[in-house]
Design a protein around this ligand. Structure first.
Ligand code: GDR
Length: 313
């Protein structure tokens, strides 16, 4: 997101928490023009101070505990950061934005809110049925954003984003776990990939395309919520086949195993988004398709894993 906004000519401030955040060095290397500001989604006064310091035109709240599996083990923390964190950020935007509501706000809502899906494909009107503490916290974040828009006339919008991936994806998420595992197998650094539920299916898109949609949402005349998705669903089997093919490995089935350690107490089996509204009103459509996304991630992981070991994730 920062990269895209910098390319558009914005001065971008990224909020970081903690006094020795290990990601700061990586962030500064990847986006040297990004300025950093201190703040913590658990601490309203720090958010007010950050927003006061920066005086932004737009705030993108992409901050969360975002790993669904972790949210089962740290449910209260997830509710606090992923859920209440949105309320605190909205408060900071409302207080600092003054009577004329100078600051536009984007909330990263999630397809995990649909969970045990009530209809397929999922639209802005599909009822929510979250299947994890993460999904439940995102539902709160979504509705509190809608509520601040309706109560205080804030330019507050919520993008219901389906899975969006890139070479920067954390290793704990299934796409990167697969592409990094494939690269390591190819280079003889690892023998197998151990996953959880192999039957899950997702609507996976490229994060760069999705960030463009987030920006477009804040450039409209009126604040509205949008589903952001590719409309295509793929299985983990397809992800594996494409990733191994990208590394030139044919006989991959013996290289993948499933371990209950990685399964979740409740699962979201299949998601498919309908982004017709975003297409019609924002003129948005994804540019990178699923095979291209997987090839991009495998190529990046091959380069990283073949390079300096101290730079490996
Ligand atoms: P998800 O992403 O939960 O959809 O949330 P993730 O990549 O973690 O899981 C996708 C599906 O793959 C199954 N799976 C595994 N997942 C992981 N992480 N590791 C495994 O070993 C594994 N094996 C199978 C999962 O069970 C699941 O069904 C992501 C996050 O980015 C959220 O923050 C975001 O809101 C949603 O996407 C949209």
């Amino acid at each position: 997101m920062a990269q895209i906004l910098i390319e558009k000519g914005y001065d971008v401030f990224g909020m970081v928490r903690g006094q020795a955040n290990p990601k700061i060095r990586m962030i500064q290397e990847e986006t040297p023009k990004l300025e950093l500001v201190e703040g913590d989604l658990q601490d309203l006064s720090s958010l007010i101070a950050a927003v006061e310091q920066v005086q932004p035109d737009e705030v993108y709240n992409l901050g969360a505990i975002s790993f669904v599996a972790l949210s089962f083990r740290q449910a209260e923390l997830t509710a606090d950061i992923t859920g209440l964190g949105v309320l605190r950020m909205l408060e900071a935007v409302r207080i600092v934005g003054g009577a004329e509501n100078r600051i536009r706000f984007y909330q990263a809502s999630s397809s995990e809110m649909f969970g045990k899906v009530r209809e397929t494909p999922q639209t802005e009107m599909t009822p929510f049925h979250p299947r994890s503490p993460y999904g439940a916290a995102k539902v709160f974040g979504h509705y509190i954003t809608v509520n601040y828009r309706e109560s205080y006339d804030l330019f507050a919008t919520s993008g219901i984003c389906f899975n969006h991936e890139s070479p920067r994806r954390g290793l704990e998420f299934v796409t990167r776990k697969v592409t990094n595992g494939v690269a390591r197998i190819k280079l003889g650094l690892q023998e197998k990939i151990t996953l959880g539920n192999l039957d899950a299916a997702r609507d996976w898109g490229f994060a760069g395309d999705f960030c463009e949609a987030m920006w477009l949402m804040l450039q409209q005349d009126t604040p509205e919520d949008f589903v952001i998705a590719t409309g295509e669903t793929h299985t983990i089997g397809e992800l594996l086949a494409l990733a191994f093919a990208a590394a030139g490995i044919d006989d991959w089935k013996p290289l993948v195993e499933s371990d209950p350690r990685f399964t979740r107490p409740a699962e979201v089996d299949i998601l498919t988004g309908d982004a017709s509204k975003a297409r019609a009103k924002l003129g948005w459509k994804p540019k990178v398709d699923f095979p291209e996304l997987v090839r991009m991630m495998v190529a990046s992981d091959l380069e990283i894993e073949a390079g300096d070991p101290s730079r490996r994730p």
